[in-house]
Write a protein that binds this ligand. Structure first.
Ligand SMILES: [Zn+2]
Ligand SMILES: [Zn+2]
Length: 217
């Protein structure tokens, strides 16, 4: 599907914008679900990270990563990216675009805390990624195995060794479920609206339990 936001070639080249806003080349009013963008909060699982949510949004709407990266706001350079952390990300704006409840978006962000340092590179469980899931808990330094699968979390691409910075950026969003450098898969096909399946109840419980014990507590 070609996004409606590209309907004006002049606008897509930024020619209708003053030069002081070189990043904003889209009419942001068009980036709303009312104009055909779909998202269903039932596609999300407990403690799902913002990156994981945005990958699903991208897949569901056949959007390129650079368009989704711009959802982070006009002041954010989508190529440089932004740390998906509470206080840095405009939750209201995301809520209006994705129609995901604010509570779920808050839980999808890293909580700034000196007691619980988080990993600055994308850290994942291959089995979770195979189902198109990545958790905020996977980013917490003190959690070294996946709460659901009990397998060690990985940070490097198995093919090229690249460690992707954990940033909502064009680079990460352009490579859902794969290495942003060599495009090798992180463990499977990932998620698509056609294979959307809820997480097993025991895994949901495992993530929720760890969230309250290790993250919030
Ligand atoms: Zn897992
Ligand atoms: Zn790679």
């Amino acid at each position: 599907m070609q996004p409606a936001a590209f309907s004006s070639p002049l606008r897509s080249r930024g020619l209708l914008r003053p030069p002081s806003f070189p990043i904003l080349t889209l009419d942001e009013r068009k980036l709303t679900p009312s104009l055909g963008y779909v998202f269903n909060k039932k596609w999300l699982d407990p403690c799902e990270s913002l990156v994981s949510i945005l990958w699903k949004f991208e897949k569901a709407n056949a959007l390129p990563g650079h368009v989704v990266a711009r959802l982070m706001g006009p002041d954010i350079d989508p190529y440089e990216g932004i740390v998906p952390q509470l206080g840095l990300v405009d939750i209201v704006r995301l809520h209006e675009t994705l129609a995901v409840p604010v509570k779920m978006l808050r839980a999808a962000l890293l909580q700034p805390s000196q007691r619980r340092p988080y990993c600055s590179v994308f850290r994942h469980c291959r089995r979770c990624v195979a189902h198109g899931y990545h958790s905020v808990l996977h980013q917490i330094e003190s959690i070294s195995v996946c709460p659901a699968h009990r397998r060690p979390l990985e940070i490097a691409c198995r093919r090229c060794g690249y460690e992707a910075p954990y940033l909502v950026s064009v680079r990460l969003l352009e490579a859902p479920y794969r290495c942003a450098y060599c495009r090798a898969g992180y463990g499977g096909q990932g998620w698509s609206p056609n294979n959307a399946q809820p997480m097993k109840a025991e895994f949901r419980k495992a993530f929720t339990r760890q969230y309250f014990e290790r993250y919030i507590g």
